[in-house]
Design a binder for this molecule. Structure first.
Ligand code: KG4
Ligand code: ZN
Length: 330
């Protein structure tokens, strides 16, 4: 079964073709980051309009890459939500229009399920069950995953998402949007002994997170420096921030593994690309004897491959989920 995946929930247009027999056949992506950068964040109206411009060319690109025709597609999976309404509507309308024209069934996919299953696209995928840490721009969740569709929420953020904390702290340091990767790079030049920022909820007995206090601590530290803040001071603040957030994320993963008794940890979402997080988790995995799995770097942030894959996994389990009801839902 060949599934077309369409992702358009935020600022990336992603199209992909996944075959349940042969794996990922093709994927194409357009990131709108450069367009939104001058506004310091995603402008929803611009995002929707750009998805309109990009979707069809990217669709043709994926077909060409896979050397196949649109008639060979068996089903279409599109991101149903959560996301920006206008942006989601573009992908959903495209999927429905194409489905109707080709008489192919559709499936709406939850964006977070796409992220959650994306590590299974890697060359050495994890087996079920596992503990998953989903760290994206909009969400931070710890889950127990027993199979496709079998997810138990263990904990989540009570305020900002991890990616949001990265982006907001980066903005306070004058770094361009989205600042996650930039603040992480800057932190590598920082001195870890200068700023000891709070580790929010590190010792709470649950699996919840809270990152808004950490962002406030960054703001307070930045304000203490005379303007303009020097590059060295910026790097030291970045280091303090990254050390604190990584400590919390790592500690909560370890306690979730301990509580569930599972030995496999899976990381998903944009922050899963973070080098310090990977270093800390790899060290913990060696020390505590568990395995840790990550998505390929290109599939950490939003992409069509994860939607095609999640759709294909859902349909493999239950083909009746695919519908020819083209009155879509986002
Ligand atoms: O998963 P994703 O595409 O977004 C949502 O679905 O919400 O992830 C985007 C987030 C942004 O907040 C971005 O700054 C963060 O992932 N991110 C990183 C890194 N690369 C992307 N954060 C920290 N370190 C990185 N290397
Ligand atoms: Zn996402």
């Amino acid at each position: 079964m060949i599934v077309l995946g369409v992702e358009s929930s935020c600022d990336e247009t992603g199209l992909a073709l996944y075959d349940t027999e042969r794996g990922l056949l093709a994927h194409a992506l357009h990131s709108q980051i450069a367009m939104h950068q001058e506004y310091g964040g995603v402008v929803p109206e611009l995002a929707s309009r750009d998805h309109i411009r990009r979707t069809l060319p990217l669709f043709h690109q994926t077909l060409q890459q896979a050397a196949m025709t649109q008639e060979q597609i068996d089903a279409i999976a599109y991101t149903q939500g959560p996301g920006l309404a206008g942006a989601l509507l573009v992908g959903a309308s495209f999927a429905c229009g194409l489905g109707m024209a080709l008489d192919k069934p559709l499936l709406g996919v939850h964006h977070l399920e796409g992220h959650l299953l994306s590590p299974l696209l890697a060359s050495t995928p994890p087996e079920f069950p596992f503990v998953a840490l989903l760290v994206s721009g909009g969400h931070t969740q710890l889950m127990r995953v027993d199979g496709v569709g079998q997810y138990t929420l263990l904990g989540e953020t009570l305020d900002d998402a991890a990616g949001e904390a990265f982006d907001k702290s980066a903005k306070l340091l004058g770094l361009p949007y989205p600042g996650g990767a930039a603040i992480s790079l800057l932190a590598e030049q920082g001195n870890p002994a200068i700023h000891q920022f709070p580790r929010p909820m590190l010792h709470s007995k649950d699996f919840n997170f809270s990152f808004s206090g950490l962002k406030t601590a960054v703001l307070t530290a930045v304000k203490k420096y005379p303007e303009p803040i020097s590059d060295t001071d910026k790097a030291n603040v970045a280091r303090g921030f990254v050390d604190a957030i990584i400590d919390v994320l790592t500690a909560k993963c370890i306690s979730a593994l301990k509580q569930t008794g599972l030995k496999r940890l899976v990381i998903a979402g944009g922050v899963g690309a973070n080098r310090q997080l990977r270093t800390a988790l790899n060290a913990a995995a060696a020390r505590k004897r568990f395995q840790v799995f990550y998505p390929e770097l290109e599939f950490c942030t939003d992409n069509g491959a994860m939607i095609a894959f999640a759709g294909a996994m859902r349909l493999k389990k239950n083909p009746a989920l695919a519908t020819r009801d083209y009155g879509f839902n986002v």
